[in-house]
Design a protein around this ligand. Structure first.
Ligand code: GAR
Length: 194
């Protein structure tokens, strides 16, 4: 994207709860010369999230947030975002719902990847629901986060064909591969407008 060349890289925080394959993928993309972004903060609500190992490997600041009290949790997250001068938050398998208040404070600067062709199949068990409904396709969407679950403006989507005899696990694996292509593309699109 010509507009990003030579421009100062934007600071990204990635929020995770699990394996962190999308986090790893975003970090790898950030290392490319003209990526336009740096991942300089990883937030997890789980101390045992496997993805935290990537923060360690690439020497990125990481913070595990105790979510027993959501108000305190979000206050701590906001403090981290401020301290690390974060321009954009990327949710990548983060299994906590952000409050309307938090979203307002970071308005238009939080995006999420979701494993379905939104607006279909918000929430959990998306591939199983698509299979049960005899859908021809599942897929993934990157969207802005607003105060309604998985409902913000869609940035990019990718369809993945559901095969005969697919299980949700098989389908999730193929969709995840597409997520790794889609998220960096969507991010690039968002960064040009930031
Ligand atoms: C991804 O499939 C992502 O789309 C999904 O969790 C997985 C995380 O994988 N997110 C959601 O379900 C959010 N509602 P990863 O930890 O390997 O990136």
């Amino acid at each position: 994207m010509p507009r990003l060349i030579g421009a100062k890289k934007k600071n990204i925080a990635v929020f995770i709860s699990g394996n962190g394959s999308n986090l790893q993928n975003l970090i790898k993309h950030s290392l490319k010369k003209n990526s336009g972004f740096i991942v300089n903060l990883v937030i997890s609500n789980k101390i045992k999230a496997k993805g935290l190992k990537y923060a360690k490997k690439y020497k990125i600041n990481k913070k595990v947030i105790n979510y027993r009290n959501i108000k305190m949790a979000e206050k701590n997250i906001l403090k981290e975002l401020k301290e690390n001068k974060i321009n954009l938050v990327c949710l990548a398998g983060f299994m906590k719902i952000l409050s309307g208040n938090f979203i307002k404070k970071f308005k238009g600067k939080i995006i999420n990847i979701h494993p379905s062709l939104l607006p279909k199949y918000k929430g959990l068990k998306t591939h199983q629901k698509a299979i049960n409904n005899n859908e021809k396709y599942s897929g993934c969407s990157v969207h802005y986060v607003n105060s309604k679950l998985d409902s913000g403006k869609i940035i990019l989507q990718k369809k993945v064909k559901i095969l005969k005899d697919d299980t949700d696990v098989m389908l999730a694996k193929r969709v995840l591969k597409q997520e790794h292509l889609l998220y960096p593309k969507a991010l690039k699109k968002v960064l040009t407008n930031l």
